[in-house]
Design a protein around this ligand. Structure first.
Ligand SMILES: *Cc1c(COP(=O)(O)O)cnc(C)c1O
Length: 400
């Protein structure tokens, strides 16, 4: 038994704010009642604002992996060809799932230290003069590496190549934390889930879809039932679901959307960027290396840190957990044991982050890892020089 709160600093599931926990502490209601219809309409409309879309958003009782599958089975057919990019572990897993559905994947190799390169995608699409590629599928925020892909630039590259492929994006760990614009970037299917930027427990999967994606679903040849978009969209029109929905998670979702919109999406994105930048200041000061090598692709959601050679990241994570009751993210597959990940998403502010960084710095000392002391001070200085929430200008707006 440890006193005080556990620091869950992994990049999802993220800590669930008290306000959301209280909102979910409700009796389950009849999911065919008028009261439920009201809840359903509120969350379906609210989710559109978070995806920045005027098109439909669907909510499945599922993990993010289920929402990946929904994107595939509603749009593609066995034997189709798609273009994917090896940004890291999650892109690799999505690719495996696509392949299991009998789809031929052109997998652009990557070194796990940057996002997808729009120029390489453009070149590949320009060569595909027969338009054999049916979709470009990219992970927006690669949670295994802390590198984001610039989706707006990828869309521009697709437009320049004049290619009609669908654009499908995994925004699972970026939605509600990093700027994401489904409509403006003309994304056809955006895939997300509940336990990252939405600050909810696991259990909800999302698909936001374009008209082009919905049209593809009318003619594609993949069998499906549970994931079928049209089955979902019919009752959704009145706020209902084709089967029993995750009612209490939807109460939480209603609260999460209110929290994101009350703060303002732009402020949410700016807060994540500020905290991510402060984290990198600390990491650089310690003399450790951030895994992502492309500054344009630095993730606002998490920072993956390389261990010095000869030191095991999982051993370090264990020292931090045992001594300071904090969970850090592990290195996944190719970078297992080589990196640890600091999540700074969702319900995270300056002091939460500084406490987490303090735990990391103390852990480096306890674990006997060579580092330069003072990383937390450097992060403090960075944040002191960029006051946000309590600046006089802000207080004036709040008070007026
Ligand atoms: C977490 C995550 C997933 C998997 O989501 P599950 O809910 O665990 O199925 C997929 N992609 C990315 C980028 C993620 O961060």
């Amino acid at each position: 038994m440890r006193q005080g709160r556990h620091f869950l600093q992994i990049p999802g599931p993220s800590p669930v704010p008290d306000r959301i926990l209280r909102a979910m502490d409700m009796p389950v209601i009849d999911h065919r009642s008028a009261e439920f219809g009201q809840l359903g309409r509120t969350v379906l409309e609210g989710a559109q604002k978070v995806f920045q879309t005027s098109g439909p958003v669907m909510i499945f009782p599922s993990s993010g992996t289920g929402a990946w599958e929904a994107a595939i089975v509603n749009t593609l057919s066995p034997g189709d060809k798609v273009l994917m990019v090896e940004t890291g572990h999650f892109a690799t897993l999505w690719r495996q799932m696509v392949a299991r559905w009998g789809i031929d994947v052109d997998f652009l190799p990557g070194d796990w230290r940057r996002g997808a390169d729009p120029a390489v995608i453009e070149e590949r699409l320009a060569r595909d003069t027969s338009h054999a590629l049916k979709a470009v599928m990219v992970v927006h925020n690669e949670t295994s590496t802390g590198a984001t892909s610039r989706i707006g630039e990828i869309r521009a590259a697709m437009d320049r190549a004049g290619h009609p492929a669908l654009l499908m994006v995994d925004t699972i760990s970026s939605l509600g934390s990093a700027d994401y614009r489904h409509d403006e970037w003309k994304v056809d299917v955006s895939v997300s889930c509940s336990q990252k930027g939405f600050m909810l427990p696991p259990g909800l999967g999302f698909n936001a879809i374009s008209e082009k994606a919905r049209a593809a679903a009318k003619t594609n040849k993949m069998p499906r039932s549970y994931w079928d978009w049209e089955e979902m969209l019919k009752p959704n029109a009145n706020g209902f679901f084709p089967y029993t929905p995750a009612t209490n998670l939807l109460y939480g979702l209603r609260e999460a959307i209110a929290m994101l919109l009350d703060e303002g999406l732009d402020q949410v994105f700016a807060r994540h960027q500020r905290l991510a930048a402060a984290t990198r200041v600390a990491v650089n000061h310690w003399g450790l290396e951030v895994l992502c090598q492309e500054p344009k692709d630095f993730s606002p959601v998490l920072t993956a840190v390389l261990m010095p050679p000869g030191h095991d990241a999982d051993q370090f994570r264990k020292v931090v957990l045992d001594n300071f009751n904090m969970s850090l993210g592990s290195g996944l597959s190719k970078v297992a044991g080589k990196v640890f990940r600091i999540g700074h998403l969702g319900e995270c502010n300056e002091l939460t982050l500084l406490a987490a960084l303090t735990g990391v710095e103390m852990g480096l000392s306890v674990a006997g890892i060579p580092y330069r002391a003072g990383g937390v001070d450097a992060a403090m200085t960075y944040l002191e020089q960029r006051p946000q929430g309590n600046s006089p200008a802000h207080l004036k707006v709040v008070g007026s």
